[in-house]
Each structure stands twice: as C-alpha cells, then as structure tokens.
Design a protein around this ligand. Structure first.
Ligand SMILES: [Zn+2]
Length: 238
C-alpha cells in the first residue's frame, strides 16, 4: 500500500500485527540521515502510527554483526557503530535499515515483543546475516521464530541482479538464474529459504516482490541511479 505523508510516499506492507509498524521510504525521501531528517521520521512514526519512538540506525558495512538496541528517549536518533542488523525487545524502539538495492529483512515476534531489521545484500547473504540475526535474538531475548513473521522488502530482484561469476559462484546454483546472458542472483529466494530453515512458517513470510531497479521507479536504486542516488529506509517500530 502506497501512502502520501509529510516525507513523501511511503510503502506499508501487509500483515503487520497490531501495535507494530513497518514502512519503506521512497525516492521522495533522500534517506541520508541528519538530525532534521530523523526528526521528520520520528514525527511521522508518532503521527501516522501513534508510537513515540527513538530511532536507531547503524553504520552498515556489508558484514554479519548484529546489535541490540535500547530506547533512551522518544523522538531521538542514534546511529550505532558498524553492524548490519539491529534488534530490540523494548517498546518505543524504531529500527532503520538503509538500502538501495540490498534486501531489507524485517522480523516481528508479536508474542514476545521483539523486532529485528537486517541489511542483506549479496555480501551479507553469503555471510548468512539473516540466520545470524535469528540466532542472536533467540539467545538474547525470548524471540520465537515459530511465533514470528518476516517481511522481504523492496530490493533488486532476480530480473535485474546481474552478477559476475565470482559472485554467482558463492551461491548454491538454485539461487542463480542462468537463463540470461550473464548470471542473475536471487537474494529474496535465498533469504526466504534461510528463514524457513530457521523456524519461520511458510505463510509467515511476506514478500513485497518489489524490485528497486525496475518496479515503477518509486525507490532509489544504486544500479539505476549510481552512487549519487539516495537510500530507501526500512523502518520497523514497536
Ligand atoms: Zn527488476
């Protein structure tokens, strides 16, 4: 569902449990955070979703480090040190992941009030960051994958994700489509299988099926816009 807001269009996926929020910002919002931009986001979260949240993001490095987040004060923003996945078991936490073709993977356990948000490009995928995040939240919180739901956000899809052989060879062949002149990798399919292997039910995985590079130009895309392009944010809140 696309909605117009004070920061431009946002996309809200389906099947979000009551008391939680999840949305993706679009090309209308540059996605490079400053105190002012972060205030725009926390205001939106308060006005649209009724949650006075503190926003956490992280300096993303295409690794597999996972970090827990506490919620200091509503309507503040902090950026954690290098990591690519955030989780929180606290209320009023908003976790933001920046992407511009990489896949944002969001998890909500509504029973135990745990949220997690993952930045998974191909480098994170081959380091199994989504599995690493599940293992961490299971160890550190009461998170139960069987009670949880996961969302695969807008990302580059197999239609557009042409890769070199050095990247393709790092994936099992079932995630590489060789019907194109060069190999194409399927990040969402790879991640869906990881989620299934780690306790998520098939019908608990909501795939946006949105391709950042070709789907209606609503999102920033690194492959299409180059390095000067902005970032889409995936923000989950509880
Ligand atoms: Zn595409």
């Amino acid at each position: 569902m696309i909605e117009s807001t004070a920061i431009g269009r946002i996309v809200i996926p389906r099947e979000i449990p009551p008391g939680f929020a999840l949305f993706y910002t679009t090309r209308d919002f540059p996605g490079f955070l400053s105190e002012e931009a972060a205030r725009g986001l926390t205001s939106l979260i308060a006005n649209r979703f009724g949650i006075d949240a503190s926003l956490s993001t992280c300096r993303q490095v295409h690794g597999a480090a996972v970090r827990g987040v506490r919620t200091p004060r509503p309507h503040t923003w902090n950026e954690c040190d290098s990591c690519d996945a955030l989780y929180s078991g606290e209320r009023n936490a908003a976790l933001g992941i920046k992407v511009a073709d990489c896949l944002p993977v969001t998890m909500i356990d509504p029973v135990h009030s745990v949220i997690a948000n993952v930045h998974s490009g191909w480098r994170g995928a081959v380091q199994r960051i989504t599995a690493e995040t599940i293992a961490t939240v299971q160890r550190e919180t009461r998170f139960d994958a069987a009670a949880s739901r996961a969302w695969l956000g807008p990302s580059i899809r197999v239609c557009c994700f042409e890769v070199g052989e050095e990247v393709a060879s790092q994936f099992d062949e079932r995630y590489v489509d060789r019907s194109y002149p060069k190999p194409h990798a399927d990040l969402p399919r790879f991640t869906r299988d990881l989620l299934l292997q780690h306790g998520f039910a098939e019908d608990a995985i909501v795939d946006s099926e949105l391709c950042t590079r070709c789907d209606g130009s609503i999102f920033h895309s690194f492959r299409r816009d180059g390095s000067a392009g902005g970032r889409n944010l995936a923000i989950v809140v509880q």
